[in-house]
Design a protein around this ligand. Structure first.
Ligand code: ADP
Ligand code: MG
Length: 332
């Protein structure tokens, strides 16, 4: 009798632990689109979903890399416009629409200027005024002509999806997760984060917002989210310094110079990564006052602005979800 009870106890313990065992975690860490990426997902179908998501990111990189001679963007930029793939047409029309909406603060034709600053080949230099003035003649989203699945660019014009591709790819990853039945995942494509569902312990995902002034990579705060993309742009990660002056990789298309205003970083929180990616870049170019105005006039997203003064500004919609040891101003 005692023996049977013992066996039953062992079986019950086994059943209990197997029922309450945390869902299995699958993750992949890889380098793509010129940055480090990490995708983690939980549950039975997670492993399959994670490898599909990674493959998808790698496919999109092959299409959109501006430096890979076999990419579609490279072909467009070097005068042999191919029949555009559906993915490229979709991203192109999204970036053109957002360029117009942000009044050109985002401009996917900035590439000739970016190249002159040496950001594309990591050979940094400061171009002179006249060189920039010439190159700016080759910049302008409104000059891009799309006819069916063909694109027409003036001689010397070039496209660059560097400010939008990672956000777009994060949405694709989230779609793949959902199609595979994954309920909990954290997709981090070089700082373009998509938090799917909640953590397996039922809590919201906690996403750190970097403190651009911190030398030890501390966070300025943490935003708690579920089913949201969180994307930060700033010039504190990719920049170079010459004669004591710092030049970042986000260019103001109106001047041809790296954006340099009262902001250190812009974090956008919204349902879609593609919107977050484009807006974080555009609002960083705009500066605080214009960024706040853009938010009031357009809505559809929330944001966290970190100013050069060290102050943090957070829109009312996520003020409750944002915690920081610092003084936070609320944007209404
Ligand atoms: P990161 O790619 O470092 O995460 P962003 O999303 O802000 O940062 O994108 C910056 C990239 O976008 C640049 O490296 C460049 O390829 C491109 N870019 C720079 N300035 C602009 C701009 N004003 N509009 C559109 N794309 C830009
Ligand atoms: Mg961006």
């Amino acid at each position: 009798m005692r023996k049977i009870a013992g066996i039953l106890l062992v079986m019950a313990t086994f059943l209990f632990t197997s029922c309450t065992k945390a869902p299995e975690k699958s993750e992949e860490y890889f380098f793509a689109m010129d940055t480090y990426m990490k995708i983690e997902a939980y549950g039975e179908s997670a492993a399959n979903a994670v490898s599909q998501a990674r493959a998808c990111v790698e496919e999109l990189e092959k299409l959109w890399s501006a430096t890979d001679e076999n990419s579609e963007i490279y072909a467009i930029n070097h005068g042999e416009p191919p029949e555009l793939s559906d993915e490229t047409l979709d991203l192109l029309s999204f970036t053109l629409e957002m360029s117009a909406k942000t009044n050109g603060a985002f401009d996917a034709t900035i590439y000739p200027v970016l190249t002159a600053w040496g950001f594309t080949a990591d050979e940094h230099r400061v171009p002179d005024e006249s060189e920039l003035a010439e190159l700016l003649k080759k910049v302008g989203y409104e000059k891009v002509l799309v006819d069916g699945n063909k694109i027409l660019l003036e001689q010397g014009m070039m496209l660059d999806f560097g400010g939008a591709a990672k956000g777009w790819a994060s949405d694709e990853c989230a779609r793949i997760m959902r199609e595979n039945g994954v309920k909990s995942a954290l997709i981090n494509l070089g700082g373009n984060v998509y938090a799917l569902g909640k953590r397996v312990d039922g809590n919201l995902w906690r996403i750190g917002v970097a403190d651009p002034l911190s030398e030890s990579a501390e966070n300025a705060g943490i935003v708690e989210v579920c089913d949201r993309a969180v994307v930060t742009s700033g010039s504190y990660q990719r920049y170079f310094t010459q004669n004591g002056k710092t030049y970042g990789h986000i260019i103001n298309p109106k001047t041809g110079y790296p954006a340099d205003n009262d902001l250190l970083s812009v974090t956008i929180v919204a349902e879609e990564g593609k919107l977050c990616d484009v807006l974080s870049t555009a609002l960083f170019v705009m500066g605080r006052e214009q960024a706040e105005r853009f938010w009031r006039e357009n809505g559809g997203f929330e944001m966290i602005l970190i100013a050069k003064s060290g102050e943090i500004f957070v829109t009312a919609g996520i003020a409750e979800s944002f915690s920081s040891g610092k003084n936070v101003h609320i944007i209404n």
